[in-house]
Design a protein around this ligand. Structure first.
Ligand SMILES: Cc1cc2nc3c(=O)[nH]c(=O)nc-3n(C[C@H](O)[C@H](O)[C@H](O)COP(=O)(O)OP(=O)(O)OC[C@H]3O[C@@H](n4cnc5c(N)ncnc54)[C@H](O)[C@@H]3O)c2cc1C
Ligand SMILES: NC(=O)c1ccc[n+]([C@@H]2O[C@H](COP(=O)([O-])OP(=O)(O)OC[C@H]3O[C@@H](n4cnc5c(N)ncnc54)[C@H](O)[C@@H]3O)[C@@H](O)[C@H]2O)c1
Length: 461
C-alpha cells in the first residue's frame, strides 16, 4: 500500500493550498486525489471563466462613459468566448499538474473516499481501486455542488457551469435566483445576446449585502435590459425534449415555467442559480463514524476539511486561507513547532463583479446589530472623492463603514461603485489590525484616487 504524509481528496484551490503548505520546504509527501480537472471548479467552471467574461464588459462600460472616447465599444462574441477558453486553458489541466509536480505533490486521477482511519480509497475512471494510507492527515477538499430544486430537475436546467461555459447563446434565458451567480451571469448572458428574465423569490438581490448595494445592482441590471421580477416563485417546469447536449449548449427544447400567480413564462433555457451545497456524498464518512453533514467539531485529529466542503464561506480566497492555515498546522505539528496565534478577527471579504461592483467585508449593519453589537454607520457618496469621479463620467455609488460605537473600531465596510474591488482590501487590513476611525484619519490616500473615499468617510465620523 502506498503511504503519504498527507492525502487530500479534491484538487481545487483549497486542496492545492493545503497540500502545498503541509509539505513545502520539507521532505514530507502529499497526494492529491482529483476526479476532474486539477484546479477545481474555480479555475475551469466558476471564478476564472466568469471573470474572464466580465472584465471586458467592465472596460467597455467604462469606455462608453468617458468623454473623449467614441462608444459604444462593440462586443465581439466569438473573441469574448475565446478569451474565456484561454483563461480556462481550453479545459486542460496539464499546467496545474506541472505545478503540482514542481511543488513535490503526487497526483492521483480518480474519485477518493475515506475507507477507515487514515485510509483513502481511490477509484479510477476504468473502475480500478487502490487504497492509500495517510501518516499524518487526510484533508477533505471536495468543494460544493449546485443545488437544483426538485421542480427543475427533469428539465435538465443549466447550472453555473453551463453559464460560464456557454457555447450556444440561448435567445431567451430565465435566471432563477438573486444571489451572486444570478447577478453576475445575467450580466454576461445579456451582453452575449440573451433576453434575460431574473426570477427572484424574495424582495431583493444579494441578500447578504447592504440594501443600498442590492438596489444599485438591480437598477443597473434593469438599465441593461434585464427583466428582474421579485417575490416570484416557479411552481412547475416543463421542457420539450430535455437532453444532455453538453456544456454551455441549451439542454433541449423550449422550457415553460409556471409562476406562483399561475402565469407562464417561455424560454430557450433556464439557469438555476439557487445556491450550492458541500460535496460530501459518497465520501465514506460513515467508515470513520461521521455523518454526511460535516461537523468539523466531531472530526478525529487526523481529519480536516477546507474550502466549500467545510460549510464555511464558499469563496476561493476563504478556501485558500483555510488551506494555508490547516497546511501550516500539519507542518508545525510534524516539526514540533507552535504557530503564532491568529488575530482575534479574520473577516471574510466578498466582491460581486456587477456594474457597479459591490464589495464588502465583515458584518453589514443589520448583521452586526442582530449579533448584539452596538454599531453606528458612516456613509459617503462614492463619487464625492475626486479620484472616483475620474474613473468614469457616470461614476456613482456609496460607501459605508460599520463602526463599534464604544471603541470606534472598524468592524465592517461596503463599497458600491466602479472598481471598488480594488479598494476593499484596505478595509480588510483595517479590520484585522483593529484600527479605529481616529487611526484611520492618519492613513493618507493618494490624490486623486478613489481610495480618497476613506477621507470622506473618516471626515463624516
Ligand atoms: C459561477 C461561480 C463563480 C464564482 N466566482 C467566484 C469568485 O469570483 N471569487 C471567489 O472567491 N469565489 C467564486 N466562486 C466560488 C468558488 O468557485 C468556490 O468557493 C471555490 O471553487 C471552492 O474551492 P474548493 O477548493 O473548496 O472546491 P472546488 O474548486 O470545487 O474544487 C473541488 C475539487 O474536488 C474534486 N472532487 C470532488 N469530489 C471528489 C472526490 N470524491 N474525489 C476526488 N476529487 C473530488 C472536484 O473535481 C474539484 O476539482 C464562484 C462560484 C461559482 C459557481
Ligand atoms: N464574485 C464572487 O465571489 C462569486 C461569484 C459567484 C459565486 N460565488 C459564490 O458561490 C456561492 C453560490 O452562489 P449562488 O448565487 O448560487 O448562491 P447564493 O446563496 O448567493 O444565492 C442563491 C439565491 O437563490 C435563491 N434561492 C435559493 N433556493 C431557491 C429556490 N428553491 N427557488 C428560488 N430561489 C432560490 C436565494 O434566495 C438566493 O437569491 C455564493 O455563496 C458565492 O459565495 C462567488
Amino acid at each position: 500500500m502506498r503511504e503519504f504524509d498527507v492525502v487530500v481528496i479534491g484538487g481545487g484551490p483549497a486542496g492545492e493550498n493545503v497540500a502545498d503548505y503541509a509539505i513545502r520546504g520539507s521532505d514530507r509527501t502529499a497526494l492529491i486525489v482529483e476526479s476532474g480537472l486539477l484546479g477545481g471548479e474555480c479555475s475551469y467552471y466558476a471564478c476564472m471563466p466568469s471573470k474572464a467574461l466580465l472584465r471586458p464588459l467592465d472596460v467597455a462600460a467604462t469606455a462608453d462613459h468617458l468623454q473623449g472616447l467614441r462608444g459604444p465599444v462593440p462586443l465581439d462574441r466569438d473573441q469574448l468566448l475565446a478569451r474565456r477558453d484561454a483563461w480556462v486553458s481550453q479545459y486542460d489541466d496539464s499546467g496545474q499538474a506541472e505545478w503540482a509536480e514542481g511543488a513535490g505533490i503526487t497526483l492521483a486521477r480518480g474519485r477518493g473516499r475515506l475507507a477507515g482511519e487514515r485510509l483513502v480509497e481511490i477509484t479510477t475512471e476504468d473502475g480500478k481501486t487502490e487504497q492509500v494510507r495517510a501518516r499524518l492527515a487526510v484533508v477533505l477538499a471536495t468543494g460544493s455542488d449546485a443545488v437544483i430544486p426538485d421542480a427543475f430537475a427533469d428539465a435538465l436546467p443549466w447550472t453555473s457551469r453551463d453559464a460560464t461555459g456557454v457555447r450556444e447563446v440561448p435567445g431567451r434565458l430565465v435566471v432563477v435566483g438573486g444571489g451572486v451567480v444570478a447577478c453576475e451571469a445575467a450580466r454576461w448572458m445579456a451582453a452575449l445576446g440573451s433576453t434575460v428574465t431574473m426570477i427572484v423569490r424574495g424582495d431583493r438581490v444579494l441578500e447578504r449585502a447592504e440594501p443600498f448595494a442590492s438596489e444599485a445592482v438591480v437598477k443597473s441590471l434593469r438599465d441593461n435590459g434585464i427583466d428582474v421580477r421579485f417575490d416570484t416563485e416557479v411552481t412547475a417546469v416543463d421542457r420539450a425534449e430535455p437532453r444532455d447536449s453538453g456544456l454551455g449548449i441549451p439542454h433541449g427544447g423550449e422550457v415553460t415555467l409556471t409562476l406562483g400567480d399561475g402565469s407562464t413564462l417561455a424560454a430557450d433555457e433556464v439557469l438555476v442559480a439557487t445556491g450550492r451545497r458541500p460535496a460530501t456524498s459518497g465520501l465514506g464518512l460513515d467508515t470513520v463514524g461521521l455523518a454526511e453533514k460535516l461537523d468539523p467539531e466531531a472530526f478525529p485529529d487526523w481529519l480536516h476539511a477546507v474550502g466549500d466542503v467545510s460549510g464555511e464561506a464558499p469563496l476561493t480566497h476563504w478556501g485558500k486561507y483555510q488551506g494555508r492555515q490547516v497546511g501550516a498546522r500539519i507542518a508545525a505539528d510534524a516539526e514540533g513547532r507552535t504557530l503564532p496565534a491568529p488575530p482575534a478577527v479574520v473577516p471574510v471579504p466578498q466582491v460581486v463583479f456587477t456594474d457597479p461592483q459591490v464589495a464588502w467585508v465583515g458584518p453589514t449593519t443589520e448583521e452586526a446589530r442582530s449579533a448584539g453589537r452596538t454599531v453606528r454607520t458612516i456613509d459617503a457618496d462614492f463619487a464625492s472623492a475626486a479620484g472616483a469621479g475620474l474613473l468614469r463620467d457616470d461614476a456613482s455609488g456609496q460607501a459605508r463603514l460599520v463602526v463599534d460605537d464604544e471603541t470606534g473600531v472598524l468592524v465592517g465596510a461596503t463599497f458600491v461603485g466602479p472598481e471598488v474591488a480594488e479598494i476593499l482590501h484596505g478595509a480588510t487590513v483595517a479590520i484585522v489590525g483593529g484600527l479605529t476611525l481616529e487611526t484611520l484619519s492618519h492613513v493618507v490616500a493618494s490624490y486623486p484616487t478613489a481610495s480618497e473615499i476613506w477621507l470622506r468617510l473618516v471626515e463624516s465620523r
